[in-house]
Design a protein around this ligand. Structure first.
Ligand SMILES: Cc1cc2nc3c(=O)[nH]c(=O)nc-3n(C[C@H](O)[C@H](O)[C@H](O)COP(=O)(O)O)c2cc1C
Length: 184
């Protein structure tokens, strides 16, 4: 199975650090999963406005469509997810992520915005009919050192648990045929 780990930040390094930690834990639970990190900061983003899509956006859509599962890591911007992440979801076919496992991790500058994950990111993934794991991890600057290494052991445990559950959701998703019996 191909797992796409998406780093939705365009500036910093904390969500990338979270993703690499999750990547390591997933590998420990199942070394057969094919893991790839997609850093949004590497892409030339283009707003969805009807113009032909550039190569980076086509490559991004292709990676989303070919993946069998996802870890979505997002910073919090203006009490929401970044525009580039919403824009990416807008470019993907509504069926591309259907019945595929997803876990969410997020980082914010304040503790107050952890419900952005529950109230804004999860509904989008529910719309795509993803198999979203019940656990997600929200971090804050105080969980990192000055070099953006995760220094909080409880956060590491929560990321490990998220990886453990995600790997089981990957197995579950293989039992569920992707072809629906309805036309919806
Ligand atoms: C444009 C912008 C808006 C932001 N808005 C919020 C916010 O509303 N709430 C919050 O908790 N943090 C906010 N932050 C802080 C970011 O969430 C934080 O810098 C980011 O998670 C750090 O992760 P990164 O190093 O991977 O970019 C904002 C940062 C930027 C650049």
């Amino acid at each position: 199975m191909k797992i796409l780990l998406v780093d939705g930040t365009v500036f910093g390094a904390k969500t990338g650090a979270l993703l690499r930690q999750v990547q390591q834990y997933i590998k420990e639970y199942n070394s057969e999963l094919e893991l790839e990190i997609l850093y949004f900061s590497d892409l030339k983003h283009q707003i969805l406005d009807g113009s032909p899509l550039n190569e980076d956006m086509q490559m991004m859509i292709d990676k989303f469509e070919k993946a069998d599962g996802y870890i979505i890591a997002t910073p919090i911007y203006q009490a929401s997810i970044p525009g580039v992440l919403k824009n990416a979801f807008d470019m993907i076919s509504p069926k591309a992520m259907r019945y595929k496992p997803v876990s969410m991790v997020a980082n914010g500058g304040t503790y107050q915005h952890h419900l952005v994950v529950e109230n804004q990111l999860r509904p989008i993934l529910d719309y795509f009919r993803c198999l979203v794991t019940p656990n997600y991890v929200y971090t804050h600057a105080s969980h990192f050192d000055a070099d953006n290494n995760i220094v909080d052991d409880e956060i590491k445990n929560r990321l490990r648990e998220l990886a453990r559950v995600f790997v089981q959701y990957c197995k579950l998703s293989q039992l569920l045929p992707k072809e629906p019996v309805d036309n919806h």
